[in-house]
Design a protein around this ligand. Structure first.
Ligand code: ADP
Length: 255
């Protein structure tokens, strides 16, 4: 297989400012199929903006994004129709899991999981139900299919959100601090589901401060600061004695 076919995500020269705040300066990253890349860095370093840019929830000012062969170069400069077309193609390959779950409160867990299958993918309701129940089973929530989000714990809500992401059969899942809104005792259930996905070979980009997850599960750690990738390295190196002074200082403050 050639390099291009293996490379699932390729980002070049990504830059983004909010007004005068230059949040991303020149971010470059390649992620191969099946890799788990954890993105760490201090608050305000641009991690969330970066991961949201990958599926165009933020529109980068400059740079290019390629996901599974769909390339979106200089999206801000494209005619709006062309940009929308490419954005939809990229969103068909990616799913996003948010810190705040973003479930529809007026829909049951199962309805949340299958909504996109029915309305975006056009899957028949019975088939969508069957797949949705299987996915809720996979995240350990088969018995909560008919529960509304208001009756679920944060950890359960996030697992429903992961099942919803999986329902769309994405090539890549983007996680934006998926456990940081959860009480510590609820985090492991979510992290264990993510561990399973990683084992199954899902390509994952994960913004998180969960050092144990990063150490155990990540293939690579990307350390961002000031809108740059400062380090792109293995967990062994990142968490080891050879890590840069800056990374050790950052990790020291996390504990
Ligand atoms: P991190 O995830 O590393 O904490 P963010 O990407 O959330 O960093 O934020 C980086 C900077 O961008 C912060 O200064 C933040 O205030 C700013 N920012 C993020 N989103 C917006 C927005 N929608 N409008 C204006 N400023 C934003």
């Amino acid at each position: 297989m050639n390099q291009a076919a293996q490379c699932t995500v390729r980002v070049r020269g990504l830059a983004k400012a909010f007004g005068t705040n230059q949040v991303l300066r020149n971010v470059n990253l390649e992620v191969a199929r099946g890799e788990v890349v954890v993105i760490m860095g201090p608050s305000g370093s641009g991690k969330t903006t970066f991961i949201r840019s990958l599926n165009l929830l933020e529109l980068p000012d400059r740079g290019s994004i390629e996901i599974c062969g769909v390339e979106l170069a200089e999206p801000a400069a494209l005619p709006p129709r062309e940009r929308r077309r490419k954005t939809l193609q990229i969103r068909q390959q990616t799913a996003m899991v948010f810190q705040s779950f973003n479930l529809f409160p007026h829909m049951t867990a199962l309805q949340n999981v299958i909504e996109g299958l029915v309305s975006v993918k056009g899957v028949a309701r019975e088939e969508a139900r069957r797949r949705g129940l299987a996915l809720l089973g996979k995240v350990g929530l088969a018995e909560k299919a008919d529960a509304y989000p208001g009756k679920l714990s944060g950890g359960q809500k996030q697992r429903v959100a992961i099942a919803r992401a999986l329902a769309m059969e994405p090539e890549v899942i983007l996680f934006d601090e998926p456990t940081s809104a959860l009480d510590p005792e609820l985090r492991d259930d979510v992290l264990n589901v993510m561990r399973e996905l990683a084992k199954e070979g899902m390509t994952m980009l994960v913004v998180t401060h969960e050092t144990r997850f990063a150490r155990d599960v990540a293939d690579r750690i990307v350390f961002m600061e000031g809108g740059h990738v400062l380090e792109d390295t293995t967990p062994e190196h990142f968490f080891g004695a050879q890590a840069s002074e800056r990374c050790r200082q950052f990790l020291g403050r996390l504990h």
